[in-house]
Design a protein around this ligand. Structure first.
Ligand code: EPZ
Length: 417
């Protein structure tokens, strides 16, 4: 398995381009299941999760062509196998996003239950509840969700909690349902808005995306479209944290500060000077960061996907801070690895008290999930000596060409087989 070897101490300096958003590309790729015309996508990130999703819909009969430079053409006119098998779903939970589109397009779907992952149980009961409200007959058998619906009917759905992929699944299903669907308590994440924009380009009638109340007026059929995926706000935040921790000065292009205002506010609170332009962000780090406390919550509050990265920067900041994780029940796996690097972190249920230390010491650490891996990279970049990060296949799921981008910014990092 690949590992990442980092020689810490170099400040990140220079310019890097942000890739397309993983968590927008994945649902948008699933939107291609909704009609038989071609969906032509651009700015699609070259990530393992995107490759997995391509394989998943490919085995359903979808024609997928790519130019290797971020464009993807999807055509589902030959969709003939509405099944998402366990061996593919178990590697990527976002596979559940095919459920709504398959039900809406084919009237049936057999999708493996995603199962849990390192950060939590990750149930999909809200996806199922919402589709049942739209008239689907759904049962779970042998680890699979078996769903059928002659034609989905519009319904008013109130999800028990804010769920990003739950909102996305229900929104996609509702585009072809009979009548109006209202989703209350909907997720407001920018990736939900990006999906809604793509669906609208395909002829869907959606209003309120980005608010907690989304209304979808079902139509008879959708049509093909050209669509450019939004920038990845979590990749953006991750590189800003890496520059902040290493006393660097970077400019990130092809991204927008409007996508991660809560993160930028926190980085300014930590002492960074941040200049936001229409499609770029410049960060100048202070000689030493000040500790900042964060509390994760649904958008527009501080994103859970940036929690691990802030635990890393708080580990070397001046002072103490509390990190409160409210979305997932087990999202502190990176803490024990940071302790191996000399961090001072005390976990109490969903709270972590982080006291900054003058320096971290390089060591061998193990990645456990995507964003935990990112926090170990940030820690390795600032630690004294060498840090070897194992199981970096987690990283490759969500960060495009990470060692190339970091090297161009002056980091001493290389992939070792
Ligand atoms: C999406 O996951 C993202 N993934 C996650 O990013 C992100 O951390 C998460 O939203 C929260 O922002 C994609 O978009 C592909 P949820 P999702 O449904 O949709 C509970 C990354 O690193 N819940 O919003 O699976 C759930 O257990 C990944 O890129 C139910 O109980 O998250 C969690 O506690 C990690 N029942 C909370 O709601 C349900 O039916 C929020 O989960 C659905 C969710």
């Amino acid at each position: 398995m690949d590992k990442l070897l980092i020689e810490g101490g170099a400040p990140l300096v220079g310019e890097a381009a942000v890739s397309g958003a993983k968590n927008a590309a994945l649902p948008i790729i699933c939107a291609s299941l909704l009609c038989g015309d071609s969906l032509n996508l651009s700015n699609v990130p070259q990530l393992n999760d995107v490759a997995t999703m391509r394989r998943l819909i490919g085995q359903m009969g979808i024609e997928v062509t790519a130019d290797g430079g971020g464009t993807l053409t999807l055509n589902s006119r030959r969709l003939n196998n509405p099944v998402a098998p366990y061996e593919m779903v178990k590697t990527m939970r976002a596979s559940i996003l095919v459920l709504g589109p398959l039900l809406a397009r084919c009237g049936e779907a057999k999708v493996s239950m995603p199962g849990g992952c390192a950060i939590g149980a990750r149930p999909v009961d809200q996806h199922i509840k919402g589709l049942q409200a739209m008239g689907a007959e759904i049962r779970v058998e042998g680890g699979y969700v078996l769903a059928q619906a002659r034609r989905l009917k519009g319904a008013r759905i109130v999800t028990d909690m804010v769920t990003v992929t739950g909102t996305e699944n229900l929104m996609m299903a509702a585009t072809l349902a009979e009548g109006e669907t209202i989703i209350e308590n909907a997720a407001c994440e920018p990736e939900v808005v990006d999906l809604a924009r793509c669906l609208t380009a395909m002829g869907a009638k959606i209003s309120g995306a980005g608010s907690s109340r989304v209304s979808i007026q079902g139509v008879q059929a959708l049509h093909g479209a050209d669509y450019r995926v939004m920038p990845d706000r979590i990749e953006t935040g991750t590189y800003l944290c890496a520059a902040a921790a290493t006393r660097g000065a970077i400019v990130l292009t092809r991204t927008s500060a409007a996508l991660l205002e809560s993160v930028i506010d926190k980085l300014r609170e930590a002492g960074c000077a941040i200049d936001c332009r229409p499609d770029s962000i410049a960060l100048q780090a202070p000689p030493r960061l000040k500790s900042v406390s964060v509390r994760t919550a649904p958008y527009p509050a501080f994103p859970t996907d940036m929690q691990a990265q802030f635990m890393a920067i708080d580990s070397v900041a001046e002072g103490s801070a509390v990190i409160h994780e409210t979305i997932f029940e087990n999202r502190f796996m990176h803490a024990v690895e940071l302790l191996r690097l000399g961090a001072d972190i005390r976990i109490d249920a969903n709270n972590a008290v982080v006291t900054g230390v003058p320096a971290l010491d390089g060591a061998t650490v193990m990645a456990t999930d995507l964003r935990a891996s990112a926090s170990l990279v940030i820690a390795g970049l600032v630690a004294q000596g060498e840090t070897l990060i194992e199981r970096i296949y987690h990283l490759d799921r969500g960060y495009e060409r990470i060692e190339e981008k970091l090297t161009r910014l002056g980091a001493n990092v290389r992939r070792v087989r």
